[in-house]
Write a protein that binds this ligand. Structure first.
Ligand code: NAD
Length: 319
């Protein structure tokens, strides 16, 4: 088995680390790898790094062939996710949708069956409508994504499920919660960077700013673990899975988690306006039943454990 991990960022690095710990030598594929940040997560000697672009299908095909790839975890997406896609919808649509189609088509061409794609729990939180009581004869039946980024994730879920239905691809889409975790490079989305900055400021004794709305997070190590479970699961069943902490964190929960990890931390609750579109006040908790039943996924990190782990990692790297 040789796994191709497309996108070597906040989540892709964790997927690679777990595969290495399980004895594999994964191949990573990224347009702009960040070797120093990656080396803080896993031993680079235990993986292969390929520089390439999923929007250039022949480059991707060359990598699949050269490394005899047998399964794919695709975690690439547009820079700054929701925020980036609002600024430049065309680029995000092209990368997230056509890039994913390129990955699945390349898998088909090379007889690679298992393709696990990163979706997002924005599809649980950034939707409106669905007033048609599920009656598909009514135009209003289905909830519609309210951002460009969420629209691209909805598209790739639907397209991937049709590749599964009609072309035998074993497709899984993983709806991660807002991800935070150990990563010193560029990457992640608005919430990832707000949380990282809050922890960094708390550690240097400055006032940390945490969002004013409830958030549904997942720690990056759990996002990676869920991805590896989907790469290895015998059956993928429904094919779409929530991978989150399974809890809503209110602002005071986030503040308390930070204070538990950094005693005496000063905290201000305020949604940074530059990241506001990516930090809605989330109202409900994603259901983890399918992820548990089909993949055997259960989050190992709640908010307190995740923030503590991140603080320990940040302290260790600055020591
Ligand atoms: N970070 C979050 O909060 C979050 C939440 C839910 C879902 N997700 C999804 O999880 C996945 C991973 O997110 P992340 O936080 O690790 O993102 P990230 O930005 O840290 O990593 C994505 C990587 O993809 C690479 N990439 C971009 N365009 C590429 C291309 N054309 N070809 C090859 N590589 C390319 C980037 O260089 C980057 O290293 C994404 O699909 C994202 O939409 C993330």
């Amino acid at each position: 088995m040789t796994t191709l991990v497309i996108g070597a960022g906040l989540v892709g690095a964790q997927v690679a680390r777990i595969l290495i710990e399980e004895g594999e030598a994964p191949v990573l594929f990224d347009t702009a790898p960040q070797p120093a940040a990656l080396a803080e997560v896993f031993d680079p000697a235990r993986a292969v790094m390929e520089v390439g672009d999923i929007l250039r299908p022949l480059t991707l095909a060359g990598v699949l062939q050269r490394h005899k790839i047998t399964r794919i975890a695709h975690t690439a997406a547009n820079p700054m996710l929701t925020l980036g896609a609002q600024r430049d919808p065309y680029a995000a649509i092209q990368l997230n949708i056509m890039g994913t189609v390129n990955v699945i088509e390349a898998a088909r061409a090379f007889g690679i069956r298992r393709v696990v794609v990163s979706s997002s729990n924005v599809l649980n939180h950034f939707v409106a409508g669905g007033d048609g009581s599920g009656d598909p004869m009514r135009e209003t039946a289905f909830p519609r994504p309210t951002t460009f980024y969420a629209s691209t994730k909805q598209a790739i879920e639907s397209l991937g499920l049709n590749y599964a239905r009609w072309h035998g691809i074993e497709f899984a889409a993983l709806r991660y919660g807002a991800v935070f975790g150990p990563w010193s490079g560029a990457g992640g989305g608005g919430p990832s960077n707000v949380m990282r900055e809050a922890v960094r400021k708390a550690l240097v004794g400055e006032e940390a700013v945490l969002p004013a709305g409830a958030m549904e997070w997942v720690y990056s190590k759990d996002a990676g673990a869920g991805t590896v479970l989907a790469l290895k699961a015998k059956e993928l069943g429904f094919g779409v899975f929530n991978i989150t902490m399974g809890a809503l964190a209110k602002p005071e929960d986030m503040a308390n988690a930070l204070k538990a990890a950094v005693p005496g931390a000063k905290v201000r609750i305020e949604t940074p306006s530059a990241a506001a579109v990516s930090l809605p006040d989330m109202k409900a908790v994603s259901d983890l039943t399918l992820a548990k039943q089909t993949l055997g996924f259960a989050p190992r990190y709640g908010l307190v454990e995740g923030v503590k782990d991140l603080v320990a990692w940040m302290k260790a790297r600055s020591a």
